[in-house]
Ligand binder design. Structure first.
Ligand code: CP
Ligand code: NVA
Length: 338
């Protein structure tokens, strides 16, 4: 029995540890199948709407390729191309789209919007990122962790998330850790700690499983003996440009660099990044920022640490495809036969 059939995928806390493990196992199978050129199309005749109110490289491409590989069709609805929430209520758009499509992906500014979309749709709605959560990213990261430590259980993994701990990546990592038992330290200045309600629920859940989730401002305490350091941009999509100055002042000492890696006391510590990353000067934002804020090398991560971990980081990016495919199949196919 597939308990994920017809379910929405809005945030990780809606799922059990067994359900998350099942998605990861299916992703592993699908990755192998694709690499061996043995794709079996389970989504033929399915139509999928992809609503993107914010930019995307990985998430959009992964949804599209996952759908194409599986024989489904997609309609890409980019920023400004629907009436959603402007000329038409979210409720009505949800009712229309769910008559036309078998599933709806949404990336947008407000988690409330995706909750409304899901409430008024009678087809599955998948969260492609909101300001609060980015659950499909974290499933890809979990697959990456599993691939690095195939013999370990998630409750044997220690991870430090360093930087802006009140963003969508931190929140979803927090939820995944609470469910799966990962020991998580959120390492940031207090001003960047997660919202109390999300943190409390996750800490309670973790405690029940005898697992530890902490927030700390102390880098040394936070990163000591971890298997992974995870970081993300300091200013997320949708936040105002002008916030950069304040964030850099707050987070400068939380940059992932050699000094921080040395503090782990683990010479084989691995670095994760969901991308896009501000690690070199080959993009429009970094050069001006390095000058203006006197940052030496990279923003949230130095280029040398990024390059050393690039195999893992780009594996995370590739794993978006396999995990999103697993999520689509899990919600749209009643009996998965492999
Ligand atoms: N990591 C991630 O979600 O990337 P995109 O913004 O390119 O989709
Ligand atoms: N926190 C980042 C994640 C990008 C994938 C953002 O929302 O911009």
């Amino acid at each position: 029995m597939n308990y994920l059939y017809q379910r929405d995928f809005l945030r990780l806390l809606d799922f059990s540890n067994i359900e998350l493990e099942k998605i990861i196992m299916l992703s592993e199978k699908l990755k192998k199948i694709k690499k061996n050129n043995q794709e079996i199309q389970l989504l033929k005749k399915k139509n999928i709407a992809l609503i993107f109110e914010k930019e995307s490289t990985r998430t959009r491409c992964s949804f599209e390729i996952a759908a194409f590989d599986q024989g489904a069709h997609v309609t890409y609805l980019g920023p400004g191309s629907t009436h959603l929430g402007i000329k038409e209520s979210i409720e009505d758009t949800a009712r229309v789209l769910s008559r036309l499509y078998d599933g709806i992906e949404y990336r947008g500014h407000s988690h409330k919007v995706i909750e409304t979309l899901a409430r008024y749709s009678n087809v599955p709605v998948w969260n492609g990122l909101t300001e609060k959560f980015h659950p499909t990213q974290i499933i890809a990261d979990l697959l990456t962790i599993k691939e690095i430590f195939p013999k370990k259980q998630f409750f044997e993994i220690k991870c430090a998330y360093v930087g802006d701990s009140h963003n969508n990546i931190a929140n979803s990592l927090l939820e995944a850790s609470a469910i799966l038992g990962i020991e998580l330290r959120l390492v940031s200045p207090k001003k960047c700690w997660p919202e109390k309600n999300i943190l409390n629920i996750c800490q309670e859940k973790a405690k029940k499983n005898k697992n530890k989730i902490i927030c700390t401002e102390n880098i040394k305490e936070g990163v000591k003996n971890v298997d992974f350091i995870y970081t993300d941009v300091w200013v997320s999509m949708g936040e105002p440009e002008k916030i950069w100055k304040e964030r850099i002042a707050l987070l400068k000492k939380y940059q992932v660099n050699k000094n921080m890696l040395d503090m782990t006391d683990n010479s084989s510590v691995k670095v994760l990044h969901c991308l896009p990353a501000l690690h070199d000067k080959k993009n429009a934002i970094v050069e001006s920022m390095l000058k203006e804020h006197n940052l030496q090398d990279g923003v949230e991560i130095t280029d040398s640490i990024f390059q050393k971990n690039q195999n893992i980081i780009f594996e995370q990016a590739e794993n978006r495809l396999h995990t999103i495919k697993a999520i689509l199949i899990s919600s749209l196919v009643k009996n998965i036969t492999f």
